[in-house]
Ligand binder design. Sequence first.
Ligand SMILES: [Zn+2]
Length: 171
Amino acid sequence: MLIKVKIRPQEALPFPGICVCCAHPAAERMDVRRRMGRVTRMVEAPLCVDCHRELHRHSAPEKRLQTIGRLATGGALLLTLAVALLLTPARMTFGLRVLLALLAGLIVAEGVVLWFRRLVQNAASPERKAIREAVAISHFSWRATTFDFANETFAARFQQLNQPYLMDPKT
Ligand SMILES: [Zn+2]
């Protein structure tokens, strides 16, 4: 459900005291970010204790993937270093060859890290995905922010609370 409120980036936005995912009483918070160009907008959405715990609990497949990811990153770094040292011409100074090999190793390792980060995200439990997708900032500008809430109870309470600042999401 899309809700647009008139709010400037520095202004505090009132949120109801219920969980954005399940509408139970909230005691925790979840960071919600949206990047557009070079500007990032961040708000803290309320979360109940159970959803907060679920959000930070890593499942067994995720943990396994994280371990494999760390090993793969280390392996890729060492392998690239070795191959790059072999392939760089011997007439270059050794220092320069090490530097080039390190650079290549870091680029490859970075790629492996990003690849595994995506795999870990995909391995997240459906419950955790639902919590993460319970709220999104679908658009923002210097004077308004549009939220997308999945829980209707939360969306209705949020609307009530921000009644004077509501705008038409289609504008
Ligand atoms: Zn909850």
